[in-house]
Design a protein around this ligand. Structure first.
Ligand SMILES: [Mg+2]
Length: 321
């Protein structure tokens, strides 16, 4: 068992290949990075991916692990309708992972950052008992951000993409669920390579009034619950309207448990004044959109045509739902 090269050598190695855009006045290598003054209100968010809690090293390539760590942060920026700008990375490394492993992890992280227009402007390396990647991500929002507290009774509730695939992939990788063939491959890929709905979020934020929105990271039921609580409203969700992929149906049939409470979808849930068509929205946002229910007076979510989950979803302190 060996550690990669010393801290400073590793940081130098990992940051050497990062390119920087014009917003970066001073990149990695000093006590702080210096970033040009922002043109718009700033978004700040942070998220961690911890080995043994969220993933195991063998479940994805090092490149995928790096890209995924960024994507889960980008999803929070997408949920506000924002544009991601710069981030800093904290790596906790453990014995037994090679320098090559971290080169590859950073290659994946760097490629994902470039694709999203993000500058990695700094970082820190620490020794730990498990691999952990923590990213603090900044963004900006031109105009008003999409908030969780802006839903009104009568609003219709929509989600992007399909739900439950990643949770299924997580369970297949963890040996808790059996699946075969193309369906197995599809759900595992949905866990390994989530997509932050950045473009869709930015387009949604241009709608007036600005929609209430949240990204689905901990499961639809739980994240919807957060939005309802912040908006002091309730919701009626139609189970048959939940968007399930063909792979999901092949593995679980009509059982919507994981679509409701599985977590790690990184799709957007948003609320619009009545009358928008899901088909027109799909065209406008560039991603499949499904109407799943309606905001009501009162509190809490009610599921029509199915059994509501017994408990919410992914709980960081308890594990998956
Ligand atoms: Mg979120």
């Amino acid at each position: 068992m060996s550690y990669p090269p010393g801290e400073f050598a590793l940081i130098a190695r990992l940051t050497a290949r990062l390119s920087q855009s014009r917003r970066v006045v001073l990149g990695p290598g000093d006590d702080c990075a210096v970033v040009a003054a922002p043109r718009a209100p700033q978004l700040v968010t942070i998220d961690s991916m911890v080995e043994g809690v969220h993933f195991e090293v063998g479940w994805a390539s090092p490149e995928e692990i790096g890209a995924r760590a960024l994507t889960v942060n980008l999803s929070d920026i997408a949920a506000m309708g924002g544009l991601p700008t710069v981030c800093v990375v904290n790596l906790a490394i453990r014995a037994g992972l090679s320098a090559r492993f971290f080169d590859r992890l950073y290659a994946g992280l760097g490629a994902a950052a470039r694709a999203a227009g993000v500058d990695i402007v700094g970082g820190n390396v620490t020794r730990g008992t498990a691999l952990a990647i923590t990213i603090a991500q900044m963004g900006e929002v031109r105009g008003a951000p999409m908030r969780r507290d802006a839903a009104w009774p009568g609003d219709e509730i929509f989600v992007t993409g399909t739900l439950g695939d990643a949770a299924m992939g997580w369970r297949v990788l963890a040996g808790k669920l059996r699946a075969r063939g193309a369906a197995r491959k599809f759900v595992i890929d949905r866990w390994r390579n989530p997509i932050a709905r950045l473009a869709a979020g930015q387009r949604l934020a241009r709608i007036r009034p600005v929609p209430a929105a949240i990204d689905i990271s901990d499961g639809l039921w739980q994240d919807l619950g957060h939005l309802l609580e912040r908006s002091a409203v309730g919701a009626r969700i139609e189970a048959p309207a939940l968007p399930l992929s063909a792979a999901y149906r092949q593995i679980a049939g009509d059982d919507a448990t994981l679509a409701l409470s599985g977590g790690e979808d990184y799709e957007l849930l948003f609320c619009l004044r009545p009358g928008a068509s899901a088909r027109a929205l799909s065209r406008r946002l560039g991603v499949a959109v499904a109407r799943i229910g309606v905001i009501t007076r009162g509190a809490g979510a009610h599921l029509i045509g199915g059994a509501a989950p017994r408990h919410g979803g992914w709980d960081q302190l308890r594990g998956p739902g």
